[in-house]
Design a protein around this ligand. Structure first.
Ligand code: SDX
Length: 436
C-alpha cells in the first residue's frame, strides 16, 4: 500500500477532539482511509453492514470498475482472457500472478490432471444423501470432507501445503461435482481421464457412461472452459469474503473452501443462475413475452418480494462484462446444437431489452449480471438447473484459493473479528421463575 499525500480527519460536532487518519492509494480504484486506530483513540466503531463502503483487505488479484463495467484478473481484461486463454492459463494467472509460458502451462496442467481422482472412500459419503438432495448440499459436504483425507496439505501456514491443496481442490472439484450429478440420477460415477482437457474431462464425467465411448464436442468444451474463466474470481464478493474470514482462523483450506461453497449457494449470489432460469421457465409457462409487462410490474412492486434474477449487482452499475461474453457463448452453443430459436433465449433477450428501457432499472443502474445468460447456455449443454451453482463453485474455487493464499501469505493478517452496534437490553438480573 502507498501512503497518500493527504490524510482524513474526523471531526465531532459535540466538541470531542478531531481525529486524523492516514489514507492509502491503490494502484487503481478508490483510496482507503485506515481506520484501524479509530476505536483505540476515540472509543467509536464504524458501522457498515453489507460492507458498502468498507475494504476488508488489500489485494492484487482482481479489480472491478463498476461504472465502466470493467473486470481485470491480475490486470488482464476479462474479454482478452476469455478470448485468448483457457481456464488452466487463467488458474495459473490467478494463483501465481502471471500468465504461464508454454512449458509452465504444460507443467501446471499436468499437475492438475494428475490430481483429479478422489479417494475411493469419498464414494461412500454420497450414499448418506438422499438421491434428490440438492447438489450444493452434497458439494458442501464433499468439499469439507476432503480435509479428512489430505493431512499432508492442511497446514495453511506452510506454503508447500498451500500449493498442493490449491492443485488438489482445482483438480478435484470437477470430479466431485460430476459425482454429485451422477448420484442424483442413479448412474455410476465416471473416473477422470488424463488424456482430456479440464473442460472435456468434466463433460465426459457428467454425460459419459461406462457402456460407450464419450466424444467431447469441441464447441461445448470451449464454451464450458469459457464459463469457468468468467466465474473464476470477482474481488471480495460474499463467498470470497466468507473464505477469507473462515481461513483467517487458520483452519485448513478444504474447510475454508467448503464455507465458500455454502455461501455461494444463496439465490442473491451464486444461486442466482438457477433462480434466473427457473424465473424464465416460469415466465415462459405463463405466456412468455406477452406476460413480461405484468411480471415487470411485480418486480417493481416492493411488496411483491419479486426480483429480476440475473439483474443488478453491488459493484457493476453498468453492463457486467461477463454477461456480454456469456451471451456470445450462448449464441455459439445454441447455433452448434441447432437451438438458435430456443424460446428461453429469445425470452431472456426480450426481458433484457424491456428492462434496460424501463426507468425503474435505468434509475437504479440495474443491468444483466453474469447469471442472466449462464443458465441458458448451461441448460443447452444439458446441465440440469440444480447443478448450475455447483458449476459456479467449481469455477470459483481457484479464485477462492488465490484470495485465501494471498491473505495467509500477508504477514499483517489477523483473525477476522468484526464488532457491532449493540441495541439490546442493558445488564439486568435473572428473576426467579415464579416472579417472571
Ligand atoms: C453474483 O458480488 C459479486 O461479485 C457477486 C458475483 C460474483 O461473481 O461473485 O458477481 C456473482 O452474485 C451476481 C449477482 C447475482 N444475484 C442476482 O442476480 C439476484 C438479483 N439481484 C439482486 O438481489 C441484487 O441486485 C444484488 C444482491 C445482486 C445486489 O444487491 P445490492 O447491491 O444490495 O443492491 P440493493 O438490493 O440495495 O438494490 C438497490 C435497489 C433496490 O431498490 P430501492 O430500495 O433502491 O428502491 O435496486 C433494487 C433494490 O430493490 N434491485 C432490484 C434488483 N436488484 C436490485 N430490483 C429488482 N430486481 C433486481 N434484481
Amino acid at each position: 500500500m502507498k501512503l497518500a499525500d493527504y490524510k482524513a480527519t474526523i471531526a465531532f460536532s459535540n466538541g470531542a477532539p478531531s481525529f486524523e487518519m492516514p489514507v492509502y492509494n491503490g494502484s487503481i480504484g478508490p483510496d482507503v482511509i485506515d481506520i484501524r486506530k479509530l476505536y483505540g483513540q476515540t472509543g467509536l466503531f464504524t458501522y457498515d453492514p453489507g460492507f458498502l463502503s468498507t475494504a476488508s483487505c488489500e489485494s492484487a488479484i482482481t479489480y472491478i470498475d463498476g461504472d465502466k463495467g470493467e473486470l481485470l484478473y491480475r490486470g488482464y481484461p476479462i474479454e482478452q482472457l476469455a478470448t485468448n486463454c483457457d481456464f488452466m492459463e487463467t488458474c495459473h494467472l490467478l494463483l501465481k500472478g502471471e500468465l504461464p509460458n508454454t512449458k509452465q502451462k504444460a507443467d501446471f496442467s499436468h499437475l492438475v490432471t494428475n490430481h483429479t481422482m478422489v479417494n475411493e472412500q469419498m464414494h461412500f459419503f454420497l450414499r448418506g444423501f438422499r438421491r434428490d438432495a440438492h447438489p450444493m448440499a452434497v458439494m458442501t459436504g464433499l468439499v469439507g470432507a476432503l480435509s479428512a483425507f489430505y493431512h499432508d496439505s492442511t497446514d495453511i501456514n506452510n506454503p508447500e501445503h498451500r500449493e498442493i491443496a490449491a492443485i488438489r481442490l482445482i483438480a478435484k472439484m470437477p470430479t466431485l461435482v460430476s459425482m454429485a450429478y451422477k448420484y442424483s440420477i442413479g448412474q455410476p460415477f465416471m473416473y477422470p481421464r488424463n488424456d482430456l482437457s479440464y473442460a472435456g474431462n468434466f463433460l465426459r464425467m457428467m454425460f459419459g457412461n461406462p457402456c460407450e465411448d464419450y466424444v467431447v464436442n469441441p464447441v461445448l468444451e470451449r464454451a464450458l472452459d469459457r464459463i469457468f474463466i468468467l466465474h473464476a474470481d470477482h474481488e471480495q464478493n460474499a463467498s470470497t469474503s466468507t473464505v477469507r474470514l473462515c481461513g483467517s482462523s487458520g483452519t485448513n483450506p478444504f474447510a475454508a473452501i467448503a464455507a465458500g461453497v455454502a455461501c455461494l449457494w444463496g439465490p442473491a449470489h451464486g444461486g442466482a443462475n438457477e433462480a434466473c432460469l427457473n424465473m424464465l421457465e416460469q415466465l415462459q409457462a405463463q405466456g412468455g413475452v406477452a406476460k413480461v409487462g405484468e411480471f415487470m410490474d411485480q418486480v417493481k412492486d416492493k411488496n411483491s418480494g419479486v426480483k429480476l434474477m440475473g439483474f443488478g449487482h453491488r459493484v457493476y452499475k453498468n453492463y457486467d462484462p461477463r454477461a456480454t461474453l456469456m451471451q456470445e457463448t450462448c449464441n455459439e452453443v445454441l447455433k452448434e446444437l441447432g437451438l438458435e430459436n430456443d424460446p428461453l433465449f429469445k425470452l431472456a433477450k426480450a426481458v433484457e431489452k424491456i428492462a434496460l428501457e424501463d426507468d425503474y432499472f435505468v434509475q437504479r443502474k440495474l443491468y444483466p449480471n453474469v447469471d442472466f445468460y449462464s443458465g441458458i447456455v448451461q441448460r443447452a449443454i444439458g446441465i440440469p438447473v440444480n447443478m448450475f451453482t455447483g458449476i459456479f463453485a467449481l469455477a470459483r474455487t481457484v479464485g477462492w484459493i488465490a484470495q485465501l493464499n494471498e491473505m495467509i501469505a500477508d504477514p499483517e493478517y489477523k483473525i477476522g473479528r468484526p464488532r457491532q452496534l449493540f441495541t439490546g437490553s442493558p445488564r439486568r438480573d435473572v428473576k426467579d421463575i415464579n416472579k417472571r
